[in-house]
Design a protein around this ligand. Structure first.
Ligand code: GRF
Length: 204
């Protein structure tokens, strides 16, 4: 299944997805890595991995969010994407994109949703004094960080934790969770394709 990744920064989750897709039994291939930031390290990483990449700089669209999203959507379709994984894509989406990709767009968020949607989740977890924190992969809907939950991973909050220490502990789980959830999602959504990929097909 052709999967596109949208990112804005570092791209460590994208790296985890790319690695997973490189496994012969993984039911997805990355058809495009797209960033709204031309200088995102994640884009360089994807390029180095030999993947198709594109930057669609939102700043060039001035304040026209709709025009930027139409360009993003066009690039996803041109690449033949069937599923989109947001991996640190730091743009709020309008109903246009969320409707176009309803049920086919996944996001990873660094908290155990529905608690701590939005930014600075690790600082907020420490402030709140929770003892369990983690990450969530969910389907993207119009409402930020509120779509149906597909999977979660929990980590303990330890005495003396700083936000950075906690973020690193969560991030390790993100890298495990996202490929796992994507695999399960694809298996559920396209069961026959999984079967096909498992069948020894005669080579021409
Ligand atoms: C991750 O913490 C992810 O959960 C959040 O943004 C961060 C992206 O990190 N949505 P990376 O670019 O994947 O390293």
């Amino acid at each position: 299944t052709p999967v596109a990744i949208l990112l804005s920064g570092r791209g460590s989750n994208a790296t985890a997805l790319i690695k997973a897709c490189a496994q012969p039994d993984f039911p997805a291939r990355i058809c495009l890595v797209l960033s709204n930031k031309p200088d995102a390290p994640g884009l360089d990483m994807a390029r180095a991995a030999g993947l198709e990449t594109v930057a669609i700089d939102h700043r060039l669209f001035k304040k026209d969010r709709a025009a930027h999203e139409h360009a993003v959507d066009a690039a996803l379709r041109k690449a033949g994407a069937e599923v989109v994984c947001l991996a640190g894509y730091m743009r709020l989406l309008t109903p246009f994109l969320t409707t176009q990709w309803a049920g086919k767009m996944l996001n990873i968020h660094p908290s155990l949703l529905p608690i701590f949607p939005g930014l600075h989740t690790h600082e907020r977890a420490l402030e709140a004094g929770v003892r369990i924190h983690g990450c969530t992969v969910h389907l993207v809907t119009e409402d930020m960080d509120e779509g149906p939950i597909l999977g979660q991973a929990a980590v303990p909050v330890l005495p003396g934790d700083t936000a950075d220490m906690l973020a690193a502990r969560v991030l390790r789980q993100e890298h495990r969770l996202y490929p796992d959830v994507l695999r399960r999602y694809l298996h559920t959504r396209y069961p026959n394709r999984m079967d096909l990929s498992r069948t020894d097909s005669p080579t021409a």
